[in-house]
Write a protein that binds this ligand. Structure first.
Ligand code: AHR
Length: 499
């Protein structure tokens, strides 16, 4: 047994959590839309073809925003194909699939209302530009009396969609992107698109594309150049990152949260540097609008994307216990930077690298990674406290990383939730947390997600094989909380003041 400690003191806060930190992402990719959220004819489908079983799980997951329609898909997308009675079937070059466009903007907005989430819309800045972005905005948000707002009304939606959150393109730094651009080209286009969109609707919140990953050769200079052009026009810069165990290196995989934190801190540094360069008074915050575990190297080796078929099975990772613990650590990393990472979207929501799996005509169930997200979204409301953990460190490709990764969130009622991951593969941690500053507290709950078989997964036949379970032996007395954190585990410990 090794010892770990941390101190919780409400006097030291990171900042308030924006509920949009718990966003998700629906792309026209594989079976995320078709036979994911939308499957007319499914026994659980409602009158719109939305799967009610999936909607129930989305609500339980606690998702607050959903980014749409891509992803790489958006960079060749014509939104007009997906509205009105005459839908056009198109080739999707990003994933080499056939896109029937039977689900489009109007369906998405209706689905968001059913799911109780806010839409986050991306515009195509790959093959298209300012005019199409402004047209889409007029169709979406203008009440009536213009060609495009009246077209929306004719298509059955009398009320404006009032979409406030917009992404200015997707991963424009990536050579794989349709319409890939240099930072100079993209920075100018993003700035002018933002300016034109704000002329139509000044209430918008706009996200410019940052880097598609910290290992991109342009990381750092991309952000600086884009912000040189667009600093005053945008509110957020995006980050994207996916993690996987490479060559069986589980230690480094378990340290993914540390790598995510470095990526965030480096991006914040560039944003703040550009604040002084541009002499601006505002701060650019971050939208981490794609993050997850993704076994990308396996897909690259095995999958020929699409094959020009509609809704093929693409990127359908089946997650195990270790993946769930890493996702928990990624959530901790986001919370620990909640002052600057105001929004985030786990990629993606259903079937495609997703917390929810849904079979065509069959059941939907929670993957292992569903649980840390749902618990963080449920209990991660309030103010993040600055928690400095002390624990034995191990060496890996991410550097020297402590076994304990933790954060704490204080709710309005004074309760405090500690989210803690033990990254060690061998040693349980005996945690002693100094909670004297909270006054007298009692332990409401300690759940732990771990397993003797770290490769265990949830399946249609055993959908609850992996889930958080009550932990035993957790106590709080005389200002110290004691808890046992098994190796490779995700822990949620809830404390309430004794009044
Ligand atoms: O989420 C899957 C893909 O990953 C998205 O389409 C793209 O933006 C990223 O590269």
């Amino acid at each position: 047994m090794t010892h770990a400690s941390l101190t919780i003191d409400p006097a030291f806060a990171v900042g308030d959590v924006d509920p949009r930190l718990f966003g998700s992402f629906v792309e026209h990719l594989g079976r995320c839309v078709y036979s994911g959220i939308f499957e007319p004819g499914h026994p659980a489908a409602d009158e719109n073809g939305f799967r009610r079983d999936v909607l129930d799980l989305v609500r339980e997951l606690g998702v607050t925003t959903v980014r749409y329609p891509g992803g790489n898909f958006v960079s060749a997308y014509r939104w007009e194909d997906g509205v009105g009675p005459d839908r056009r079937t198109r080739l999707d070059p990003a994933w080499r699939t056939i896109e029937p466009n039977t689900f489009g903007l109007g369906e998405f907005v209706k689905w968001c209302a059913a799911a109780g989430v806010d839409p986050m819309m991306a515009v195509n800045l790959g093959t298209r530009g300012i005019q199409e972005a402004v047209d889409l905005l007029e169709y979406s948000n203008h009440p009536s009396g213009t060609a495009l707002s009246d077209l929306r009304r004719k298509n059955g939606d009398a009320e404006p969609y009032d979409i406030r959150l917009w992404c200015l393109g997707n991963e424009m730094d990536g050579p794989w992107q349709v319409g890939h651009k240099t930072a100079e080209e993209y920075g100018r286009l993003a700035a002018e698109t933002a300016r034109a969109m704000r002329m139509i609707d000044p209430r918008l919140e706009l996200v410019a594309c940052g880097s598609s990953g910290a290992s991109m050769p342009t990381f750092g200079t991309w952000e600086a150049t884009v912000l040189q052009h667009a600093y005053d026009q945008v509110d957020y810069l995006s980050l994207h990152a996916y993690y996987e165990p490479l060559n069986g290196d589980v230690a480094t995989f378990l340290a993914s949260g540390a790598r995510m934190e470095s990526f965030i801190e480096d991006t914040v540094a560039t944003c703040d540097h550009m604040r002084s360069v541009t002499k601006s008074s505002k701060r650019i915050n971050l939208s981490f609008d794609e993050w997850n575990v993704w076994y990308m190297s396996r897909h690259q080796a095995e999958e020929q994307p699409g094959g020009w078929r509609p809704a093929p099975r693409l990127l359908e990772d089946h997650y195990d216990v270790t993946d769930a613990v890493v996702v928990g650590s990624l959530l901790i990393a986001l919370l620990r930077h909640a002052d600057r990472v105001r929004m985030a979207s786990q990629a993606q929501l259903v079937n495609v690298i997703a917390p929810i799996l849904a079979e065509p005509g069959g059941p939907a169930w929670r993957q292992t990674i569903f649980h840390p997200f749902a618990q963080a979204a449920l209990h991660g409301k309030g103010r993040v406290l600055r928690v400095e953990a002390d624990s034995p460190a191990f060496e890996c490709a991410a550097g020297e990383v402590g076994a304990l990764h933790a954060t704490a969130v204080q709710g309005e009622d004074g309760s405090v939730t500690i989210f803690a991951v033990n990254r060690s593969q061998t040693s349980p941690l005996d945690l002693a947390a100094d909670v004297r500053a909270l006054g007298e507290v009692r332990v409401l709950e300690h759940t732990v997600l771990t397993d003797a078989d770290l490769g265990a997964r949830n399946t249609a036949d055993a959908p609850d094989r992996v889930r958080p379970r009550p932990a035993t032996g957790t106590s709080a007395a005389d200002g110290t909380l004691h808890a046992h954190l098994p190796p490779v585990s995700w822990n949620v410990i809830r404390l309430a003041p004794v009044s």
